[in-house]
Design a protein around this ligand. Structure first.
Ligand code: ZN
Length: 365
């Protein structure tokens, strides 16, 4: 993702924050000043957001480190204004493992809340009359600060356990259903439940709070995407890269000029190319690099080709290739069989293959 600030690594997982996150800090300061705040209260609000997002990082680490126990790596955790995202290589398909990975995030917030409930005298807050609580909470104190963090962690647990994708609760529901049902069917039901929640939130949002409308859209799209992905993976199961790959590919030589490549690009439908010298793959030429350098006619392919590339075995399962694509930034792969180049594959090939298979499956049933 572009525009991110790297904060560091924890257990090999990159922690990044997206630049839009700073908007939320500007926004809380703006709200505070509008409400008649001063430098001290503004600083406190900023500190609150930072501590809250620290709790979100711990939540995501809960997912990531539990997944690691099941040999699933996490590339990075990104903080966005709407929360954190842990980019796991995949979700475990075993329902018991998925349940544990999904619950591990909210469990972290429960632990934080429990810890805070020991540190701060919660009783003194909950025993107050409603009209007494407001003046107390408006006092700027360390204890109040911790109380807000406590409440925020409880809210994180409640919000994340809404049984709708892409929330953790959606995964919990799917995992529970998958103990009894096939995973595709379980996902389908969980996605439908999620969409019902989305509709309810949407209507409540229209009546009371526009923020709920946003959450509703977020859930609706999340449910759709998750359902689609799982259906696709189930369709692709057992199929190998050689069934979907492009075999009719134009080979490029390192000494070819950019002009020659541009001509090939315009004449056909290939977008990325494999560069070959002495029958060996020496690089790949990406569509965006060709476009970027198309004006510079003096360049040769070897000047702009990417020398770091990954080759894929023709017999690899397409679902495995999916995981490889999700893990890295690469999108186009030369395919080999017995160390000889036999074709190439990219995302749109897989997409096309999915469409054809979907049609075959629906015709059969
Ligand atoms: Zn979570």
């Amino acid at each position: 993702m572009k525009g991110v600030l790297r904060l560091g690594r924890v257990a090999g997982i990159k922690i990044e924050v997206h630049w839009t996150f700073t908007l939320i800090l500007v926004w809380v300061v703006f709200l505070d000043i509008q409400a008649g705040g001063n430098a001290k209260s503004s600083l406190l609000n900023v500190a609150f957001i930072l501590v809250l997002f620290f709790c979100v990082v711990l939540h995501e680490l809960g997912h990531a480190l539990t997944a690691k126990k099941f040999n699933i790596q996490t590339q990075k955790i990104t903080l966005l204004p709407i929360g954190g995202v842990a980019l796991l290589d995949k979700m475990p398909e075993d329902p018991k493992q998925e349940l544990l990975v999904a619950l591990a995030g909210p469990a972290v917030n429960i632990v934080i809340a429990l810890f805070l409930s020991v540190v701060i005298p919660l009783k003194s807050y909950f025993e107050l009359q409603p009209d007494e609580i407001e003046p107390l909470l408006s006092i700027i104190s360390f204890q109040n600060f911790l109380f807000y963090i406590f409440i925020a962690n409880i809210m994180l647990v409640v919000f994340n356990l809404i049984p709708a994708f892409p929330m953790d609760g959606g995964r919990v529901l799917r995992a529970l259903l998958a103990f009894k049902l096939p995973r595709v069917r379980a996902t389908n039901i969980a996605a439908k439940v999620g969409q019902v929640f989305a509709v309810i939130f949407f209507m409540l949002g229209l009546l009371y709070n526009p923020f709920l409308v946003l959450i509703a859209l977020f859930i609706f799209i999340g449910a759709y995407a998750e359902n689609r992905m799982v259906q696709q993976i189930s369709i692709l199961k057992g199929h190998r890269v050689e069934e979907a790959m492009l075999t009719n590919i134009t080979l490029i030589k390192p000494e070819n000029s950019i002009q020659e490549v541009v001509d090939i690009l315009l004449a056909g439908s290939e977008k990325d190319f494999v560069v070959v010298a002495d029958e060996k793959i020496v690089g790949i030429l990406n569509h965006k690099d060709i476009i970027k350098h198309a004006v510079d006619r003096s360049l040769l392919v070897k000047n702009i080709m990417q020398r770091s590339f990954k080759t894929i075995e023709a017999t690899l399962e397409i679902t495995e290739l999916f995981n490889i694509i999700n893990r890295g930034r690469k999108n186009f792969f030369p395919v080999t069989s017995n160390q000889k180049l036999v074709g190439a594959i990219d995302r749109s090939n897989i997409g096309e293959f999915v469409l054809i298979q979907t049609n075959l499956v629906s015709k059969r049933s």
